[in-house]
Design a binder for this molecule. Sequence first.
Ligand SMILES: Nc1nc2c(ncn2[C@@H]2O[C@H](COP(=O)(O)OP(=O)(O)O)[C@@H](O)[C@H]2O)c(=O)[nH]1
Ligand SMILES: [Mg+2]
Length: 287
Amino acid sequence: MGTASSKEAPTSPPVSTRELKKPWRSVNWREKEAILKELGDLRPSSNVLRILLYGPVGAGKSCFINSVQRALLGRNAMVALENTERFGKSFTRTITTHKLKKRGGGHYPFVLTDIMGLEMDGGILTEDIMKVLEGRILDGYKFDSQAPITWRNSKYNKNPSICDKVHCLVSIIPADSISRMDHTVIDKMKAVRQKAGQMRIPQVIVLTKVDKTCEMVNKDLRKLFHSSKIKEKAELGKHELDIPWNNIYPVKNYHAEIIQDTDIDALILMTLRDIVNFASDHVEDVY
Ligand SMILES: Nc1nc2c(ncn2[C@@H]2O[C@H](COP(=O)(O)OP(=O)(O)O)[C@@H](O)[C@H]2O)c(=O)[nH]1
Ligand SMILES: [Mg+2]
């Protein structure tokens, strides 16, 4: 592992790859409507399932939130502000929870919580992420990279309910720069993972920017699980963060596309369905 990923490292051109005859994961690219129905029918044991997204700045957290909302609505939508590639420091400094709209009106019973990025220096403090896991930091709190929240703060939640706690922890990692991720960032992530493990919170890695990582995938997203390059990046993520192989989800986020793409939607929805189910199982098992 080399230097910074927090300051968006200069990106190398997409690398060509070996095409695996057998995909390393089998997926059904035509499942979109079935997943939408499944998510629409979901009645979790708590009013809300809270999914926390965290990772290095520029990893694609905000884009993932927007992509999820687009896939659910079947149209362009923007719920979270995205960073520009050249913008080094974390754009999001406050904790923000995004509700997700349903096509016919109303909202889904799951939310995505976005926090400040994990820069090497000046990023969110690990103590604060742990407090978020416990449901102790209310929406709108502005993170201070010099000092953790204290119980005196008006955004400190002294009595978190089930709905305030995190039910699935999602590490967002960019596939194209995973091998250049800084050790400080990885160590922060490991500390958070350990805490989440103690709380029995399920954990997932979402590997973004697969289109930037592999030219074959850039041309045809359905080649994703045939790409030796993406498999190699997923293996690296598994190794670095010690997450089970089947909890690693490569995705392409909407970033420049204005019109909807069935394959992007399918991949985002397949990922979302598993995350939501893990969160739902956790609530049933623990509370
Ligand atoms: N090519 C490509 N670019 C992406 C993808 N996801 C995010 N980006 C770009 O990466 C940059 C940072 O994304 P953003 O969501 O703001 O990162 P955040 O800091 O983690 O919230 C933006 O310029 C996005 O357009 C992806 O899957 N593919
Ligand atoms: Mg962001």
